[in-house]
Design a protein around this ligand. Structure first.
Ligand code: ARG
Length: 467
């Protein structure tokens, strides 16, 4: 027989007026989000204080009730921060956990807080505030990573290394130039973060369930109090929109992809075969069986975290793609994806910043590798065009023959005797040896954005002024 539960403290005390019995245990389990959305407690309380203050300002609730509500909410904030708050799964989520506690603390006035709002705009608000703060943190962390790269780039503006295409030696570049490539990548990530902050900077509170409200609320007042640029303009969109969360995940995924490419390079560079860098003890591990080993675990884990972040992006896109407007409970599944991705991204950026700052660069190994593999062949071809007036295609062919000869002799281009080079093309003089060194090669690439140390220093100055 059904029992009335209107005056029992069941999970339905917030919405159970029309319900005759408690939810099934499984219903409670699938429905509850408190296990993860308790992370939003500070945002929830900030939002409620702004809402109650606005309600009183508009004469919708009394000043006395507002004072009680604000005082009670501040008490709850310190209880939660101090670890003295008991979260209850029966109360479903953070919003109802806080409101129920408020009722215990201040009595009937607590019931006035939920005037002119719904959990739909409340959760949209809390989550937006959280994502906004996370984006601001990401922006700062990226600035730190860029700064680490700028320092390494400055230190190594002249250090020559092989530049690769297809992971085959292509042309000599400087390590500073290579570092600056990452500055460009993380700089783009940071500007995506800034744009995302602008996109989400609208306050959802006051959209209510989906249609707005008949109470004379002031949404501009709450928007301002909560640090938003303005209120959102469509109440239906407001409660059904999770673009801000998806944008965060998309940015995290792109940044993660960049971090993963860097991680992969660090893994390759730190092998004994390459030996371009040595990771500090602080960012590597040993093997329990092979005493000689030093493993780049942090870089490998950064590479792997990208997989989790991509998974979160796809999960949320998939959760949202079939939902009719406006709010559906599916949307409760947005938070864990974002929380997990945020944690992974923060860790990955922090670990990378540490590795970049700490790694030892072996410039001798880099330089030796830069000179191998006929990396200055293009310089020889360019010299033939410039000094002997050959069309580039012919110069390419002549150079190809020189490379083949050097390969058969087991030496480098710069080690071929002049007579051998002249036998391939009579216009070659001993001046050619000036361009066959790796230093001459990089110094000559002065085109805007090129690898010449002078050009790299210009790009460092450009970014220093913006970091
Ligand atoms: N816990 C819910 C969420 O995270 C809050 C919104 C619930 N709204 C509702 N109409 N049931 O999405």
């Amino acid at each position: 027989m059904a029992e009335s539960n209107t005056d029992t403290k069941s999970s339905n005390q917030m919405w159970g007026g029309r319900f005759a019995s408690d939810p099934d245990a499984i219903m409670e389990e699938i429905n509850a989000s408190i296990g993860f959305d308790k992370k939003l407690f500070a945002q929830d309380i900030r939002g409620s204080i702004a809402h109650a203050t606005m309600l009183a300002h508009q004469g919708i609730i009394s000043a006395e009730d507002k004072d009680k509500i604000v005082h009670g909410l501040n008490t709850i904030l310190s209880e939660i921060e101090g670890g003295n708050f008991e979260f209850s799964r029966r109360l479903e989520d953070i919003h109802m956990n806080i409101e129920a506690r408020l009722a215990t603390l201040i009595g009937p006035a607590a019931g006035r807080l939920h005037t002119a709002r719904s959990r739909n705009d409340q959760v949209a608000l809390d989550f937006r505030l959280w994502v906004k703060e996370e984006l601001q943190k990401t922006e700062q962390m990226l600035t730190g990573l860029i700064a680490a790269f700028l320092d390494r780039a400055e230190e190594h503006a002249e250090s020559v290394m092989p530049g690769f295409t297809h992971l085959q030696t292509a042309q000599p570049v400087t390590f500073g130039h290579h570092c600056m490539a990452y500055v460009e990548m993380f700089g783009r990530d940071r500007s995506r973060v800034r744009h995302a902050i602008e996109h989400l900077d609208e306050s959802p509170i006051g959209a209510a369930a989906l249609a707005g409200t008949g109470y004379p609320i002031d949404r501009h007042m709450t928007a301002k109090a909560l640090g938003f640029r303005e209120p959102t303009r469509n109440s239906i969109d407001t409660v059904s929109d999770r673009d801000f969360a998806i944008e965060f995940l998309a940015i995290a995924a792109i940044t993660g992809m960049h971090l993963s490419r860097l991680a992969e390079e660090i893994v390759i560079w730190s092998t004994p075969q390459f030996g371009f860098i040595r990771l500090s003890d602080a960012f590597s591990t040993g093997s329990s069986i092979m005493p000689q080993k030093k493993n780049p675990d942090a870089a490998e884990l950064v590479r792997a975290k990208t997989g989790r972040i991509n998974g979160s992006l796809i999960a949320l896109l998939t959760i949202m793609k079939g939902l009719p407007l406006a709010y559906s409970k599916d949307m409760q599944e947005d938070k864990e994806q974002v929380f997990d991705a945020a944690e992974s991204l923060e860790l990955a950026i922090a670990a990378m910043t540490g590795m970049v700052r700490d790694m030892t660069v072996n410039t001798a190994r880099m330089k030796a590798a830069a000179g191998s593999g006929f990396s200055t062949a293009t310089d020889l071809a360019d010299w033939l065009v410039r000094e002997a007036g050959l069309p580039f295609r012919d110069a390419h062919h002549v150079t190809g023959r020189a490379v083949a000869l050097a390969e058969s002799k087991g030496c480098d281009l710069a080690e071929l005797p002049l007579a051998d080079l002249q036998a391939i093309h009579s216009a070659i003089t001993d001046k050619v040896y000036d361009v066959l060194t790796v230093e001459a090669s990089v110094a000559s690439r002065k085109s805007f954005g090129g690898t010449a140390p002078s050009e790299v220093r210009k790009q460092i100055a450009f970014w220093r002024a913006r970091n």
